[in-house]
Design a protein around this ligand. Structure first.
Ligand code: MN3
Length: 197
């Protein structure tokens, strides 16, 4: 039985061009994310007692029980699903409303938030993710390595950017800082962020 399903992208595959190409999404969604889903479906067969839990609950249980292979694949499934929703053809730039108010309150200004988000993404050594999260009532920027996710630390994800090389190499080669700036300036889905507040 198939428990985990690769979600459809919430936009046309070429809708994010030129910032994120259809070719890049072919590999990232169609190959990388799909491989995590296939592997997670294999591994969950060894843990049938987890099958009835939600995706988030399985991520948390897999980490708690030190099931490294399951955690890596299921964590990557959760993180990528969250990432596709963090992107929009109409995204990028400065948000408005409550989220802008909270960013100003917790980071001093939108410019400070933008700089800290980019620098945190650059500072993730090797593969990982940079997140805007809500920790209690406060917004924070955190990075996680490999398949790690802030939900296992009790933090609520608001948006995420994938900083694995496979996320940007086809469009930006080694220029992770430019990819992070483009994510914030052109792609970040503030409507999704508002739903998560
Ligand atoms: Mn990825």
């Amino acid at each position: 039985m198939t428990i985990f399903i690769l979600p459809e992208l919430p936009f046309q595959k070429d809708a994010l061009e030129p910032h994120m190409s259809a070719n890049s999404l072919d590999f990232h969604h169609g190959k990388h994310h799909n491989a995590y889903v296939v592997k997670a479906n294999e591994l969950i067969e060894e843990k049938p007692e987890l099958k009835n839990l939600s995706l988030e609950e399985i991520v948390i249980e897999a980490e708690k029980q030190n099931m490294e292979a399951l955690f890596n694949n299921i964590g990557q499934h959760f993180n990528h699903s969250f990432f596709w929703n963090s992107l929009s053809p109409n995204g990028g730039g400065r948000p408005n409303g409550e989220i802008l108010g909270k960013i100003n309150e917790d980071f001093g200004s939108f410019e400070n938030f933008r700089e800290e988000f980019i620098n945190t993404g650059i500072g993730q050594f090797g593969s990982g993710w940079v997140w805007l999260v809500e920790n209690g009532k406060k917004l924070e920027i955190v990075k996680t390595a490999n398949a790690k996710t802030p939900i296992t630390d009790g933090k609520k994800p608001i948006i995420v950017c994938d900083v694995w090389e496979h996320a940007y190499y086809l469009d930006f080669q080694n220029r992770r800082p430019d990819f992070l700036a483009s994510f914030l300036d052109n792609l970040v889905n503030w409507e999704f962020a508002k739903q998560n507040l």
